[in-house]
Design a protein around this ligand. Structure first.
Ligand code: AMP
Length: 186
């Protein structure tokens, strides 16, 4: 059976790392919008040029742009064959509504990896990514509370939200995620 799921959480919550483990074990296609945008910046495509300034400032790329990218990706054959795990998308209610349209009944689970603002700030400062300036970190966290946190309510209403404690070792957190997947999907 193929299924689609999303992993939500503040930047620095460890969702990218956990997404890699999930994709490997359940053989779903890992789609990270942040990685796709960083690849576009590196290649110097029109999208990359447009996105770079926003990413460096910690701002969101407009829904119309990001929805188009995700739509195109979800239509690829590997996704219809294996299912998907979205990481970093949706980030706004507008994106969530678009995802609901695109994925229909395939969307089975939304995991929210819960880590406090204090903890993620420390983690982001120590990971030292190029777009992790202090201002960008602060702006991303602010936007998360304003734009992305309301999604939790949206996914609760959809009946697919599962909150997972993101504190602990990588292995401990992953075990909690596996439990949720086995419980809710398989
Ligand atoms: P991430 O690697 O998920 O932290 O994303 C890095 C940056 O890419 C973000 O700070 C945003 O500027 C942009 N980005 C990634 N995903 C999205 C999205 N779903 N909507 C808007 N902007 C995004």
């Amino acid at each position: 059976m193929t299924f689609g799921m999303v992993i939500l959480g503040r930047q620095g919550s460890g969702k990218g790392t956990q997404a890699v483990h999930i994709a490997e074990q359940y053989e779903v296609i890992h789609i990270s919008t942040g990685d796709m945008l960083r690849a576009a910046v590196k290649e110097g495509t029109e999208l990359g040029i447009q996105a770079k300034g926003l990413m460096d400032a910690g701002e969101l790329v407009p829904d119309s742009v990001i929805n188009g990218i995700v739509q195109e990706r979800l239509q690829k054959e590997d996704v219809s064959r294996s299912g998907f795990l979205l990481d970093g998308y949706p980030r706004t209610v507008g994106q969530a509504i678009e995802l609901r349209n695109l994925a229909n009944d395939d969307l089975k689970l939304a995991i929210n990896l819960e880590v406090s603002i204090e903890e993620v700030t420390e983690r982001m400062i120590s990971r030292g990514r190029e777009d992790d300036t202090e201002e960008a970190i602060a702006r991303r966290l602010e936007l998360y509370e304003a734009e992305t946190a309301p999604l939790l309510e949206w996914f609760t209403e959809e009946g697919i939200l599962c909150r997972i404690d993101g504190l602990g070792s990588e292995t401990e957190v992953y075990a909690r995620i596996v439990e949720a997947i086995e419980d809710k999907i398989l």
